[in-house]
Write a protein that binds this ligand. Structure first.
Ligand code: AMP
Length: 315
């Protein structure tokens, strides 16, 4: 399928790259790496984001993020996006373009584009972008390599999650060949927290609850806490790692009330259960071991519904 995507890119002049809403480091690193790759091919390329201030901390270590002029696209490429809904308000941009590409690694991907490249064995979408650059004979540079490294190191939990493969390490080794500043990227992504973020962690840990003899571990943060702390989406994105680290937990979950709508964002993790299937029951998706969904309504009801589904899995 790279062949068709290559042809679509070669034919296009103006290309818009669409990361999913609430884009994480894999999504953003892949999108900005792709933009730089397309520019090397002589294309006009723009990353169109959903949020005005997307994950500022992550963007702080990516390259090619600077302000961009708008484009009338003849090709759009969705990146790391499992379904059309994940494009949020930009769904119209996608649908109005005659040529569409979908590059992703989520098993729940709905193949929504004209050309779809979905590799569920890729630990990160960054791995696919690396291979696409190779396929298109684009020589990487340090900026592209750093974006791809940020993408891969984050979606693999610093090369520790079960999605990490030999290929992941081979790609990372090749990226090191471009003299990437891996220490700074790791420090920035994993070791520097704002006070707001640490206060949010404190609030989340305070809410820790276990069910089914500790097989399920859950934390929650309310809209009120998020607003009071001025916490961002990005601040809240890593909270799931705390219940996940409970030694008895087979499934971990983080509930987070949205500050802008009457919904609850749910993150799910498991080392043995297929949590993508659980998220799918609530209109979400993701990976077998890491998934998410948004449930309409208040925190109490969302928790009840989701925990009910988990209790059915863990009898
Ligand atoms: P998160 O818990 O937000 O870190 O997301 C874990 C995984 O699930 C990521 O690969 C996301 O892309 C995916 N995911 C999260 N929320 C949703 C959703 N509402 N719909 C589809 N996929 C989701």
């Amino acid at each position: 399928m790279f062949t068709e995507i290559k042809a679509a890119i070669e034919k296009a002049d103006n290309i818009i790259i669409l990361p999913h809403k609430s884009a994480d480091a894999d999504c953003l690193g892949s999108a900005f790496a792709l933009k730089l790759i397309l520019k090397k091919l002589g294309k006009k390329a723009l990353v169109m984001l959903e949020e005005k201030e997307p994950f500022p901390h992550t963007c702080g270590i990516l390259n090619g993020v600077e302000e961009q002029v708008s484009l009338n696209a003849d090709l759009v490429i969705a990146v790391d996006c499992g379904d059309l809904e994940r494009l949020g308000e930009r769904i119209g941009v996608f649908k109005s373009c005659p040529e569409t590409v979908n590059i992703d690694h989520h098993p729940t991907n709905t193949m929504f584009a004209k050309y779809n490249f979905v590799d569920t064995n890729a630990a990160a979408t960054g791995e696919i972008i690396f291979h696409l650059a190779e396929f298109m004979n684009v020589a990487l540079d340090r900026d592209i390599a750093e974006n791809l490294y940020a993408a891969i190191v984050s979606d693999t939990g610093r090369f520790s999650y079960s999605n990490t493969t030999e290929n992941t390490h081979i790609i990372a080794a090749k990226l090191h060949g471009y003299k990437i500043n891996h220490t700074e990227i790791n420090e920035f992504l994993f070791e520097r927290n704002s006070l707001n973020k640490l206060m949010l962690v404190k609030a989340a840990l305070n809410s820790l609850q276990v069910y089914k003899e500790g097989k399920i571990a859950a934390v929650e943060v309310t809209r009120e806490q998020l607003l009071k702390l001025g916490a961002t989406e990005e601040d809240a994105s890593g909270l799931i790692s705390y219940p996940r680290s409970l030694e008895t937990a087979l499934i971990s979950v983080c509930f987070r009330e949205s500050t802008v709508s009457d919904t609850v964002k749910v993150s799910l993790r498991s080392n043995i259960y297929d949590v993508a299937q659980i998220a799918k029951q609530f209109g979400g998706g993701g990976h077998i071991r890491a998934s998410g969904c948004s449930i309409a309504g208040n925190l109490k009801d969302a928790k009840e519904k989701l925990l009910d589904a988990l209790f059915k899995v863990i009898e």
